[in-house]
Design a protein around this ligand. Sequence first.
Ligand SMILES: *[C@@H]1O[C@H](CO)[C@@H](O)[C@H](O)[C@H]1NC(C)=O
Ligand SMILES: *[C@@H]1O[C@H](CO)[C@@H](O)[C@H](O)[C@H]1NC(C)=O
Ligand SMILES: *[C@@H]1O[C@H](CO)[C@@H](O)[C@H](O)[C@H]1NC(C)=O
Ligand SMILES: *[C@@H]1O[C@H](CO)[C@@H](O)[C@H](O)[C@H]1NC(C)=O
Ligand SMILES: *[C@@H]1O[C@H](CO)[C@@H](O)[C@H](O)[C@H]1NC(C)=O
Length: 449
Amino acid sequence: MLPPPFVKFTTIFFATTFFFSLIHITSQQSDLESDCTGKWIHIRQLPSRFNLDLLSNCSTYEIFDNFCPYITNHGLGQKTHNRSRSWYRTDPHMLELLFHRRMLEYPCLTPDPESATAIYLPYYAGIDSLRYLYGPEVNSSFEHGLDLFHFVRHSDSPSIWERNYGHDHFLVMARPAWDFSQPLANDPTVWGTSFLELPEFYNVTALTLESRAYPWQEQAIPYPTSFHPPNLALLESWVKRVRRSRRTSLAMFAGGGGGVSGSPNVRRSIRIECENSTAQGEENGGGGGYGKLCDFVDCSNGICEHDPIRFMKPMLQASFCLQPPGDTPTRRSTFDAILAGCIPVFFEDLSAKSQYGWHLPEERYEEFSVFIPKEDVVFKGVKILDVLLGIPRAEVRRIREKLLEIMPGIMYRKHGSSLGLMTKKDAFDIAVEGTLQRIKSRLAEVAAQ
Ligand SMILES: *[C@@H]1O[C@H](CO)[C@@H](O)[C@H](O)[C@H]1NC(C)=O
Ligand SMILES: *[C@@H]1O[C@H](CO)[C@@H](O)[C@H](O)[C@H]1NC(C)=O
Ligand SMILES: *[C@@H]1O[C@H](CO)[C@@H](O)[C@H](O)[C@H]1NC(C)=O
Ligand SMILES: *[C@@H]1O[C@H](CO)[C@@H](O)[C@H](O)[C@H]1NC(C)=O
Ligand SMILES: *[C@@H]1O[C@H](CO)[C@@H](O)[C@H](O)[C@H]1NC(C)=O
């Protein structure tokens, strides 16, 4: 918890640097005209109540956590330690801020909405939802988004919205889509706000941390990890470290495993199997040349969330990282694992395969991950560690190389990074490309109707 004066300072500092960056960036955009065909994006000017003002209430929602420390560095959070150049205490819910900051340095911005393929709404949807999810407006959660809609629909003339009925608009909502899918019946006991259920937003593309089983408006994009390198050399030295790292554990699981009692589920099976294998000791338990079969990192009560060292080290030392569904099917830890070259093991398709298609193409999953159906584990007694031990070492190395190929595309590099690093597409670049593609095909469909 930080004392209020610091909070205030952080916010003002944040707002000021934001606008300086804007001025600086718009002045360098001119020579890219030809490369920008079909990629122009217009940032819709929104009143500050839709973004920066929301940050001033960062200490209001005690249930959620005081998120003031995480808004610094344009949403990357504080550095893990003073001399760190790439590692931050990043909270994934701050993706709205860091995406906004990255958008400001996007090379194909245009002040003219008429010539833009896509219109970006710099609205901090997830942060604004806190007052409905945890705050005083829990009973009006069906209203989330109506104020925004009213603004974008009616504040200008000719209307930017009218041009394509909102089909060319997009925004970031840094929470699982479930949090915005409360049925419109206005029953506040059902979790969530109704933003994605409002017909007003059916045409808008929402980039979320997790999509529903049958998504319409939303597309899931990677959770931000804690790694945000500012230049190519730092990315390359990390990749080298990952490749060289000695993998002394076969598998690891980082999470709050819940108790070992309760109804059967895959998280519980993992915890039992993992703890039992650890208890067996290194000499007689170790198979396949591993010192340890399973490493369980207890992350109960969110203790790992802003402390990447707790889980990155064990991930660097393990061949496989178990990714059972958590409170929702996806978890940030999938992306931490990829970053550490720790091969993700999935137990249901909703955890990844049906989510991050732009960043992790569905047809490539077999190349970089392992799938063990959760039913086999929970009901048929399949032992996860036996399955993993059965994968030959050479195959493990091959899978890890594939993982390293896709790794740069799931991390969010630091804003204002070196030109060298900009030549590698990161999670932001891929998200923007995907959005433009999607909007173009939407507009083509609408035109054909
Ligand atoms: C901040 O919280 C106060 C008290 O809940 C509320 O009155 C105010 O409107 C909030 N400000 C913003 C920008 O949401
Ligand atoms: C880190 O920097 C802050 C502010 O510059 C300073 O107060 C703190 O003592 C430093 N911490 C270490 C471990 O050097
Ligand atoms: C929401 O509505 C319920 C039921 O009507 C009521 O008990 C509760 O106090 C309301 N909450 C707020 C924050 O107004
Ligand atoms: C969404 O698009 C359809 C046409 O595809 C249009 O009829 C409808 O009015 C649009 N919705 C809004 C809220 O603009
Ligand atoms: C742990 O392993 C032992 C020996 O392999 C086995 O008998 C026992 O049932 C296991 N315990 C659990 C909780 O799976």
